[in-house]
Design a protein around this ligand. Sequence first.
Ligand code: OAD
Length: 233
Amino acid sequence: MTLTRPRIVVLTGAGISAESGLPTFRDLDGLWRTYRWEELASPEGWRRHPQAVLDFYNQRRAAAWAAQPNAGHRAIAALERGFEVDVVTQNVDGLHERAGSTRVLHLHGEIEYARGTSIRRLRIHLRDQPIVLGQCCADGTQLRPDIVWFGEEVPNIGPAQRLVAMADKVLVVGTSLSVYPAAGLVHHAPPHAEKVVVALDLDTVPGDFRFLRGKAGELLPPLVAEWLHGAGA
Ligand code: OAD
């Protein structure tokens, strides 16, 4: 007989990395309060002024590389001691992996990678290095950030939906749940699953989710300790 461990899916957004010093998008000090996403996070913006787009993501890559995972990321990684855990993140900063999470599905790409602009989507690992105009990948096309922009397909949404649909617990952390299709994932949680949202603030809490209002770095460690205790881990 094989004993299977309960499955947890953790859906995260920019709020989980706020305590690592990385800005969110829609809070008062959020990126989209200063910058226009239409100019910097869309295929049209890239066509119109690629240098501005590269500058924006080069700065964000350097900031993400310099940041450290916080207590919230570490608590999520610790869940693996008692559960089968999949992290499904809208974040591009790589901090879940650096905190020790081993299964991380990225919905909106990864800032430390660049990709070509042909259909082949060849990727290269930049780490913290900038992309410059004229820099090409092996197929000869200009490199762009490996980020999913508004109006682009989200290739990992199908796998993410399937993970959520199999979960025993769904934990949502630090997302305003305002960008689709990622925001729609909560509706794939099975009726029997325990559902919790942790955020500083949230306009609309999805149906049968319990809302814990506060900072991820403060609320997640005790919640995770309680869940691990309940799982006998
Ligand atoms: P948002 O900026 O829309 O939402 C951040 C959420 O985190 C808000 O609900 C805050 O209340 C909460 N928050 C802030 N600090 C927190 C903390 N310390 N602890 C817990 N919660 C905190 O960010 P996302 O929902 O991630 O996409 O935004 C979704 C997508 O919009 C991003 O992936 C990005 C952006 O445009 C692309 O760039 C394609």
